[in-house]
Ligand binder design. Structure first.
Ligand code: GDP
Ligand code: MG
Length: 163
């Protein structure tokens, strides 16, 4: 059976950029504005000799902050339930935010295997945030750049350990 890998994290960390890179097509909308991915999207991903179904999760843009939190949480929880492995993405350029910690709590509670991805780390930028990311309690952060395709072999190793 093909495993399902869910990409989870707060808006604007680069989830859709990573999703598009993994499926090799621009199926997900990438945008600077937080919360532009409206739908949950699925695609077939290929990474080295690994083949899996990858799920991008949305940040839903709503005027009402409470409903945003509720719907984002519900969608994330549904993706966590369906996933065999979680890719939890943070943005090393902005550092760890309270929202990252809320999402990390959901991920930890799911009990699913998780790979912590420290994105936007091109050219070794954001090493400090990478260290800070240890405090999320989700293991060793794997620095990547979804946009520039860096860290792919480390991502492969981390995923292969769970698939
Ligand atoms: P999402 O909301 O988590 O799906 O994030 P997106 O994939 O839509 O990306 C949000 C913004 O971060 C966009 O402007 C992307 O171009 C940018 N971004 C994504 N990955 C990287 C990266 O590796 N490095 C840098 N510098 N920017 C990135
Ligand atoms: Mg997105």
């Amino acid at each position: 059976m093909v495993a399902t890998v869910a990409i989870v994290g707060r808006p604007n960390v680069g989830k859709s950029t990573l999703f598009n890179r993994l499926v090799g097509k621009k199926l997900a909308l990438v945008d600077d504005r937080p919360g532009v991915t409206r739908d949950r999207r699925e695609g077939e991903a290929q990474l080295g000799d690994l083949t899996f179904t990858v799920v991008d999760t949305a940040g839903l843009e709503e005027a009402d902050a409470d409903s945003l939190t509720g719907r984002m949480r519900a969608q994330t929880e549904a993706a966590l339930v369906a996933a065999d492995v979680i890719l939890f993405v943070i943005d090393v350029r902005s550092g760890i935010t309270p929202s990252d910690r809320q999402f990390a709590d959901l991920v930890r509670k799911s009990g699913k295997p998780v790979v912590l991805l420290a994105n936007k780390a091109e050219g070794r930028s954001g090493l400090e945030a990478s260290y800070e990311a240890f405090t999320l309690g989700l293991g060793d952060p794997v620095p990547i750049s979804a946009e520039h395709g860096e860290g792919t072999s480390d991502l492969y190793d981390a995923l292969a350990a769970h698939l």
